[in-house]
Design a binder for this molecule. Sequence first.
Ligand code: NAP
Length: 324
Amino acid sequence: MRAVVMDRLGGSDVLRLSEVEKPMPGPGEVLIRVHCAGVNPADWKCRQGWLSGFLTYRFPFILGFDLAGTVAGSGEGVTGFAEGAAVFAQSDVGAGKWGAYAEYVCVSRESVVPMPDNLDFAQAAAVPTPALAAWAGLFEDGGLQAGHKVLVHGGAGAVGTFAIQFARIAGAHVAATCSAGNRDYVESLGCEHSIDYRTQDIPAATRQWSPDGVDLILDCVGGASLPGSLDMLRPGGMLVSILTLAEGDPGPDHAGAAQRGLRTAVTWSKMPSGVQLGKIAALLGSGQVRPPRIETLPLEQVAKAHDLLQSGSARVKLVLQVAD
Ligand SMILES: NC(=O)c1ccc[n+]([C@@H]2O[C@H](COP(=O)([O-])OP(=O)(O)OC[C@H]3O[C@@H](n4cnc5c(N)ncnc54)[C@H](OP(=O)(O)O)[C@@H]3O)[C@@H](O)[C@H]2O)c1
């Protein structure tokens, strides 16, 4: 099968289009013919070796956390996945297995979910990792409740796109940071108060919206991009940071927060993810949530996709077209 293979860690030049043997589904796995693979910031971080604390790299290695495609087979003990059915999933690449930048991939059945009818393969491939991270951050780690006020830092990115919509559906009030050109976009997702992070003082703008502070901050950017974050919380409020693995990202000030009676957490999408992705699929299928804006590139342009994402120049979510 055709796949983007890495023989070592490094820059985007280590990504090599190659022919490798088609995988066979093992017990508990579904074989999926990949139509589209989502490209995440985690992909280039994984390529650089930043995920070595989480997984064991075995070369040749195939990247790719997110995919949409059709069922092509099932391993021992797997029932209920009809051949040809459209599905989407977060791959098992986070466990060191081969990922989605390939014509075929084997994924644990617990992570494979029927694709909503109203999405095409490219839109569906843009969903799993960012949506699952937003879900975990808001609901599993952030304890978001109806009526809460939440600030989504990085509202125009893929995680932010889902976080704004999920929070709004849960009955929360949402403010979000973004650049000026994305204000209309985040407001169209349900954000009540957009803050231009390039020109505005974020804590001041947040206080203007919610003078007593907010219940929850979901930081989808990390690093030093949100100074004064604890000052924006109401007493007892919570700062949840998406695990970015960014070099020099200190994460939340857990001790400082605890001293002030505030709560902090670092969040990430959990594996297997089928239960949560199933709930997300229902929201997409009913039209309550829409996927992020996407641009599709052919698999051959995988290095370009990585370079755009790594340099911060991708304006929309990138998806690789693997099969027609
Ligand atoms: N641990 C996990 O499970 C997990 C899962 C998913 C993502 N992540 C991490 O979460 C982060 C976001 O992922 P993503 O997929 O949403 O990335 P993305 O789609 O590439 O997001 C990029 C967005 O970040 C915004 N941004 C950049 N600098 C900003 C700043 N200083 N203030 C506010 N917004 C800023 C940009 O907004 P403008 O265009 O408006 O400038 C851009 O839209 C990445 O670090 C990723 O690795 C972790």
